[in-house]
Structures are given as C-alpha cells and as structure tokens.
Design a protein around this ligand. Structure first.
Ligand SMILES: [Zn+2]
Length: 396
C-alpha cells in the first residue's frame, strides 16, 4: 500500500477526477480500438453519460473519431478509433555516433526521419539538432511535443543532461534550450530509461501488460531502465538504473566508461564482445570488425564470433540474475543490436539466469529480446511525448 506523498498529492477535486477518467477512456480507445461507448462503459464501470461526455471532448480535441461498425441486424454500432495523425510528436535520439530525429503519429508510426553524425562539440551538435527539429515543425504544423534521449545521466525534473561520458559533456540544458527555441514542451531522459518506456508504450503486447520490468540496453556501454508500477523508476536526480556499473568480477576484457574492469559493462557490452573476438582472431584489425559484423559472422558459422557472443551471454545472464534477485521483475528485456543475435544466445543466457537464481528460491523472470529493432532509442524518445499524453498523472 502506497503512503500518500503530501508534497505531490493530487487532491481528488472534480477536475482531477474528470482528467483521470478522460485518460482512462483515451487509453481504452488507444489499446482496444475499435471500441464502442457501451463497451468502455461496461469495462470501466463509468456511466454511459460520463463516457459520452468524455468521448465528445476527445472528438472535439481531434484525438479520436467515430466509424460505423458492422450491423448484426438493426442499426450498426458506432465505434471509436484513435486519430493517430491528429497530433505529431518529434523524437530525437542523440547517440554517440549518430543523431536520429523523427516525426511520428500518436501510435509511434514514423512518418519522416533524418540521421546525421553527432558532432563531438556540444554547441555544433545542438545547432544541427535544432535546425532539423525546426525544419520538421515547419513541415508538420501539428507537432505536440518533443522527446529526446541521450547516452548519459539526465535530471528528470529539468531535462538537463548532467553528464555524457562519451563526449565528456556536462550540464547541457537541452530541454530548456529546445523549449525556448521552439515553444513546445520538451521531455529528455537517459537512453535506457527511454528505451524501457518505448517497450511499455509501443512494445510487444505481452510487455505492455507488464507493470514491473527491467530493460537492459547493450551498446558501446551498458545501461538499464527500470519500469516500476507502469512508470520509469528515476531515483534521486534520475540516477537509478546504473546497474551497468555493478561489480561482476575481476579481469574484464575491457574497462568500463569510467575505467573499471570489474563492472557489468566491462564484461557484457559490445566493446567487451569485440575484445573477446579479437583475442580469438588477433589478426583482425579494428577497422575490419564492428559489432554488427561480428553478429553476421556468428550467423555465418564463424566459431570465434559465436564463442565471443556466448561468453557475453553468460555475463549478461549473471547480471540479469543479480537484478532479478534484487528487484523480482515480471520480465527482463534485452535491447540493442545484440537482440538480433537472440537465436544464438538465448539458450545460454536463460540457462545462466536459471542456474544463478536457484539459491534465492525465486522463480527466474522470463527474458525476451526487444522487438523494437534498430530504433529502440528513437522509439524511446517518441515515447517520452506519448507517455505525457496518455499517462494518468495530471499535468502540472
Ligand atoms: Zn564502471
């Protein structure tokens, strides 16, 4: 049972209740379209007249529309659908190599996209990002908001990127700068948190119904996003979920971003897998191999690539078993390009989790590969806007 937070309590004023009911009806249409007023009323126990009032409001706001269902004799029922193109969202994934900016509709369908290199100079990188966003705002006039994710620590209250290790950027007020330049609401979060949010709002159906899960984002580094009770668990100043730096052992094949050879990231990131491959194939130079190439090689029966991936899978399994013991999630999702190697690594990873969780007496949480593909972080950036639109929290 949750203790009421008196600092953040939404007193149940009539308008609070109306807002929450509106969000419930909106989410019913989003998840279960096409759906009739009667079905919503039956499932929510809201009165028919209340549902009708809310439906009228949502129609006026251009969020939903009505179609005619099939007649089973008598008058055909009127069914409600989400007007997906009614509002547009802009998502920006600022990555260590590339920045991707996209425009999507309310169900996360991307309608336009641009990819460019991320300049290591933050001023130049921001200018390029803003230019692209402004171009999209001009082309799509009904943009509702902007979401952006970055590979580093973000203060969730202010949307300031506190530290981005890859570029050594500090205190980049990205949300504030974008808001001042565009006038639109801007939400910024860490990439692993955003990717977890994407699974929650846009992921596979079996995950959308789960309220407690952990997303493990394997890239150059390794990050985790924790979804707790249907929202991102942020911790103090957004610093929760830094499990990439939990201690796993000694003598990792690479050092983590902060220089330690004991961290999970040092054992299970893309860099760790590449280092394992190069130990087995010393003649291969850096320019000849990328992580994606390594996965392709493994599928093409390159034994060294397969072994490197399997060793990484074992370390992923070790870390996931530790997280499971501590947080007992309903599911764990593996995201990043490594998800493509799932058919090669899933048995090893799952059996490592199962072996290492035995002593706790806990059941082992199911581990899935993300189905959001290459664009998990971009979908995360878009979800930051969708979450605002569809979440139950009354906006401040
Ligand atoms: Zn570390």
């Amino acid at each position: 049972m949750r203790r009421i937070n008196l600092k953040k309590a939404n007193v149940a004023r009539a308008d609070t209740i109306r807002y929450i009911n509106r969000q419930i009806v909106l989410n019913y249409v989003r998840e279960k379209e096409p759906i009739s007023r009667a079905e919503i009323s039956h499932e929510t126990l809201l009165q028919r007249s209340t549902v009708s009032l809310i439906v009228d409001e949502l129609k006026t706001q251009g969020l939903i529309y009505e179609t005619e269902g099939e007649s089973t004799g008598g008058r055909p029922p009127s069914l409600l659908r989400l007007r997906a193109a009614g509002y547009m969202t802009i998502g920006a994934d600022v990555g260590t190599a590339q920045t991707t900016v996209a425009v999507a509709d309310l169900v996360g369908r991307v309608v336009d996209k641009e990819v460019f290199e991320t300049n290591p100079d933050v001023t130049v990188a921001y200018r390029r990002l803003l230019l692209c966003i402004q171009k999209f705002i001009k082309t799509y006039p009904n943009v509702e908001g902007i979401g952006a994710c970055v590979p580093g620590l973000v203060d969730p209250e202010t949307g300031t990127a506190l530290f981005i290790p890859h570029f050594k950027w500090r205190n980049w007020a990205i949300a504030n700068d974008l808001h001042e330049a565009t006038g639109l609401p801007v939400t910024v979060d860490n990439d692993a948190n955003a990717a977890a949010l994407a699974e929650l709002w846009l992921g596979r159906p079996e995950i959308r119904d789960v309220r407690d899960f952990i997303l493990v984002l394997v890239e150059e580094g390794l990050g985790t996003g924790i979804i707790f009770d249907g929202q991102v668990y942020q911790g103090v100043a957004g610093a929760a979920g830094e499990f990439g730096h939990m201690t796993i052992g000694n003598g990792a094949p690479v050092a983590c971003a902060a220089g330690s050879e004991h961290c999970w990231e040092a054992f299970a990131s893309e860099r760790a897998t590449l280092a394992r491959y190069k130990q087995r194939r010393p003649s291969v130079t850096d320019s000849e191999i990328t992580f994606n190439k390594l996965i392709d090689n493994a599928f093409a029966r390159d034994q060294a690539a397969k072994e490197a991936l399997l060793e990484t899978a074992r370390y992923l399994g070790l870390g996931i078993s530790n997280l499971t013991k501590g947080l007992s999630p309903e599911a764990v999702i593996l995201a990043g390009d490594i998800a493509r190697a799932w058919p090669l690594i899933s048995d090893e990873l799952r059996s490592t989790v199962a072996e290492n969780i035995l002593c706790s007496g806990l059941p082992s949480a199911p581990v899935f590969a993300s189905t959001l593909g290459d664009d998990t972080r971009l979908m995360g950036a878009l979800s930051l806007v969708l979450a605002r639109k569809f979440a139950s929290v009354v906006p401040a």
